[in-house]
Each structure stands twice: as structure tokens, then as C-alpha cells.
Ligand binder design. Structure first.
Ligand SMILES: Nc1ncnc2c1ncn2[C@@H]1O[C@H](COP(=O)(O)OP(=O)(O)OP(=O)(O)O)[C@@H](O)[C@H]1O
Length: 247
């Protein structure tokens, strides 16, 4: 089967800092990849290169067999590679329901200031998306007023409205109280499974990684130092000492 994402010999340095060091990587449809690594290991840089926010010094990124290295983030999203951010990117003056309407409408149209929001997207689609992530009760709340966990869910729901094949999530549980992390991840993962979306998420919480990933890749100094099943990678001595901080 052709990989959904493939990178070949990807390199990027910021001055003397090598943030991506000859990365060869493949992700297949249906995988749930957790990426782990210490701060500064290069996890976000790699995501930024794959999603078009940064251009590599050398190397190639393919999505579903197509070379996307030179494409803009907007074009890459339209091909089916979705992304949510560490700090949710919401339309802060709009309600939860309106945020979904805008995201769904931007799938097909260029948005205009002069178009009423109510005409932008199918009402039933918006309701289904809200239900999928458990936000039906919050439809009329301003997105800016949501607690952090619900902001993350709304961010994911907006990304899903673009009908991605893959959703890349940079620290989906960061800023969320530890007792709420599992329920948040459960909702997100159930939603992705229902929509048959492959996932790749950066995560620092080892319990979350072990519970929700089918594969783990550990980053050290711009390189993938270990890549395999959660039990294999989380028990790897190098990963335990250099990534997870065991002494
Ligand atoms: N735009 C930039 N300009 C200069 N250096 C950068 C830039 N972006 C990242 N870096 C550097 O590249 C290295 C990798 O950073 P990156 O943000 O990818 O790490 P990370 O693993 O995602 O870390 P974190 O867990 O803190 O988000 C770091 O040394 C960082 O300081």
C-alpha cells in the first residue's frame, strides 16, 4: 500500500541548529502515530515542513504519492492533510456553531465578508459535527469563552469539517487538566475513527501515548531515534533515558 505521508532525506537547519536531520519517514492510512521527544527535539519543525509552513533545505515530502514539498499550507490542507495547533486557532468573535460553519464553507468556497454566515454551510452537517465531538450543548457559546479542553475539541471539529484523510495534532492535551486529558483524547480518537481519519499527534503524557497510539516515533536532536509499537518504543532504554527522563 502506498504510504499516506512519505519523506525522503529531509533536512532543515536554523543557523547552527539542525532541526531536521536526514529524516526518512512513512505513515500509512489507519495508523495512530504518537510523536514524543524533549522540548526542541524537532517534532514541530517536522510537522511544519510536512504541512507546508516551512520549506526544507533539502529532501522531499509526498502526500498520497504526490510531491507536496513546494506547496502552500492552504493547498496541502485541500489535498487532505489537516492540522490542529498547540494553541487552538479559533474565530474568537464567533460562536462554536459559526466556527464550524465557516470551516465547512471554506472547504468549497472562498469566503466573503458580504455573505451571511447562515448561508455558508448545511445546518445538518454543522449539527452532526458538533455532536461528533460532544459540543452540541455549546453551539451558541462564543468560542473564546470555552474552557481549554472544549477549545481543543472545537479546533479538531473545524479541522474535520475540511474532510481530511489525515489529522496532525500538535499537543492536543496541552493546557488541559490531567484529569480531563483521557476523556478529551477519547472523544477526539472516537471522532477520528468514525470519520476514518488517520492521526498523528505530538504528546508528552506517556499514559496517553500508551493508551491511544498504535505506533510511537521518538525524536532526538532532529532525528527519529526509535519508531515502532508503543511497548517497543516506550521500553527502549535510549528513549527511557533521553526522552522520558528516567535516571
Ligand atoms: N523559526 C525558527 N528559527 C530558529 N530556530 C528554530 C525555529 N523553529 C525551531 N527552531 C529550533 O529548532 C529546534 C527544534 O524546534 P521544534 O520547535 O521543532 O522542537 P519541538 O520538539 O517541537 O519542541 P517543543 O516540544 O518545545 O515544541 C529547536 O532548537 C528550536 O529552537
Amino acid at each position: 500500500m502506498e504510504p499516506l505521508v512519505k519523506t525522503q532525506n529531509l533536512n532543515l537547519a536554523f543557523g547552527g541548529v539542525v532541526a531536521a536531520d536526514q529524516i526518512n519517514f512513512e505513515l500509512h492510512e489507519g495508523e495512530r502515530l504518537a510523536v514524543i521527544g524533549q522540548n526542541g527535539a524537532g517534532k514541530t519543525t517536522f510537522i511544519n515542513i510536512c504541512t507546508g509552513y516551512l520549506k526544507p533545505d533539502s529532501g522531499t515530502v509526498y502526500f498520497a504519492g504526490k510531491d507536496i514539498t513546494a506547496l502552500s499550507p492552504r493547498k496541502i490542507v485541500r489535498l487532505g492533510m489537516g492540522r490542529s495547533f498547540q494553541l487552538p486557532q479559533l474565530f474568537t468573535e464567533h460562536t462554536v456553531s459559526e466556527c464550524i460553519q465557516i470551516a465547512a464553507a471554506s472547504r468549497n468556497t472562498r469566503l466573503s465578508y458580504f455573505q451571511p454566515l447562515s448561508r455558508l454551510a448545511d445546518r445538518r452537517e454543522v449539527e452532526e459535527t458538533l455532536e461528533l465531538v460532544g459540543l452540541s450543548q455549546d453551539a451558541d457559546a462564543l468560542s473564546v469563552d470555552l474552557p481549554e479542553g472544549k477549545k481543543k475539541l472545537l479546533d479538531v471539529a473545524m479541522a474535520l469539517s475540511l474532510r481530511p484523510r489525515l489529522l496532525i495534532m500538535d499537543e492536543p492535551t496541552s493546557g488541559v487538566a490531567s484529569e480531563d486529558k483521557h476523556s478529551l483524547m477519547q472523544l477526539v480518537m472516537d471522532a477520528l475513527e468514525q470519520r476514518k481519519v488517520t492521526s498523528w499527534f505530538v504528546e508528552h503524557d506517556e499514559d496517553i501515548v500508551a493508551r491511544y497510539a498504535t505506533r510511537v516515533a521518538a525524536w532526538i536532536s532532529g532525528k527519529i531515534a526509535a519508531d515502532g509499537s508503543p511497548s517497543e518504543v516506550l521500553n527502549n532504554p535510549l528513549v527511557r533515558s533521553a526522552v522520558l527522563g528516567d535516571h
